[in-house]
Design a protein around this ligand. Structure first.
Ligand SMILES: Cc1ncc(C[n+]2csc(CCOP(=O)(O)OP(=O)(O)O)c2C)c(N)n1
Ligand SMILES: [Mg+2]
Length: 319
């Protein structure tokens, strides 16, 4: 069994990610200046479970719904809200008002690369740099179901399998790529089968169980660091809101959302903790309050922060 303290920590991170997400959606509706707003509601167990499995020397390239990974890895809510509000204090120093570009190599995070799925070849390159230097480190990244239909997914897995790279890929199968459901994207959505042909270890997990995601990622990262080659993990979940906030997702059958709502990852883990006697309702309530306070402080700080100085416009432009 996973250490009870770690399981409580999982709840705290998921609650922080969920509270951030709800605040972000509310602020967008209030017209409070957010840029691209992609909700990761429903993806908390994946982002947190994977993030908590990473070792201090591993590198991760999260995707647009992996807020939990950024938070667990040490990217502060102030810097992420600052980024979304285009502030000088944001992770991209006001260059990109989005979850895109929220990278910090000091924290072992490569910012999300907007062109899908270019985080894959980039992360494979990082993984191979560990191999060439003989370092026991792993590189992990994510891709959506939609991203698996592109050439770069197959090219990356081909080379990762050939080279047996210390590379871990989490496929976030959330049933839709924008408005396109799985059955209109590919002939047979068996992701393990698709990755397995490249000589890669595969696993399929309940993407709404933080404990399961964490276990699969921990095993895969340990294998990668020990020279045992790459892993592809399919985590099944559901995108609970539209692609981005402007998308009402009317094309998603209501029954499907209701079915997945009953499997909500945050509420589900809370239920597990209380039923297993790992944490009391009062303890978890306190974590809920702490998450709300943490996010309120972060928003206030980000809103007070300055916009970038126009004189810094060309900073970070290399050619
Ligand atoms: C090359 C490229 N084409 C189109 C887009 C626009 N786009 C961003 S996310 C997205 C859908 C991705 O679906 P999926 O991979 O399933 O991830 P999800 O958003 O469902 O998490 C699209 C079409 C893009 N970013 N890059
Ligand atoms: Mg998808």
């Amino acid at each position: 069994m996973v250490d009870p303290r770690v399981q409580i920590e999982m709840y705290a991170w998921m609650k922080l990610a969920r509270t951030f997400d709800e605040q972000m959606v509310a602020m967008w509706k209030q017209g409070r200046g957010l840029g691209g707003t992609f909700s990761g509601r429903g993806h908390e167990a994946i982002g947190v479970g994977a993030g908590m499995a990473l070792g201090p020397d591993d590198i991760v390239a999260p995707m647009h719904r992996d807020l939990g990974t950024y938070l667990v890895r040490g990217m502060s809510p102030e810097r992420i809200f600052g980024n979304m509000l285009g502030r000088a204090t944001g992770a991209s120093r006001g260059r990109d008002a989005n979850l895109h570009g929220v990278g910090d190599l000091g924290l072992g995070i490569i910012g999300f690369i907007s062109h899908l799925p270019q985080s894959l070849p980039t992360t494979l390159g990082v993984a191979m740099s560990f191999r060439y230097r003989g370092e026991p480190r792993a590189a992990m990244t994510f891709v959506g179901d939609g991203g698996t239909t592109s050439g770069a997914f197959h090219e990356t897995l081909n080379m990762a399998g050939l080279w047996q790279a210390p590379f871990v890929l989490v496929i976030e199968n959330n049933q839709y790529a924008y408005s396109t459901p799985l059955d209109q994207q590919m002939h047979s959505p068996n992701f393990s089968e698709r990755a397995g042909v490249y000589g890669i270890t595969t696993a399929t997990v309940d993407g709404n169980s933080v404990v399961d995601v964490h276990a699969a990622c921990t095993e895969a990262l340990e294998r990668a660091r020990a020279g045992g080659g790459p892993t592809v993990i399919e985590a099944t979940t559901m995108r609970m809101l539209g692609h981005a906030i402007h998308d009402g997702a009317e094309y998603v059958p209501a029954g499907l959302l209701e079915e997945w709502e009953r499997r909500d990852p945050v509420a589900g883990h809370r239920r597990h903790l209380t039923e297993a006697g790992i944490a009391s309702e009062a303890t978890l309530d306190r974590l809920d309050v702490a998450a709300r306070e943490r996010i309120a402080t972060a928003v206030a700080e980000a809103e007070r922060a300055p916009l970038p100085d126009p004189d810094t416009l060309t900073d970070g432009v290399y050619a």
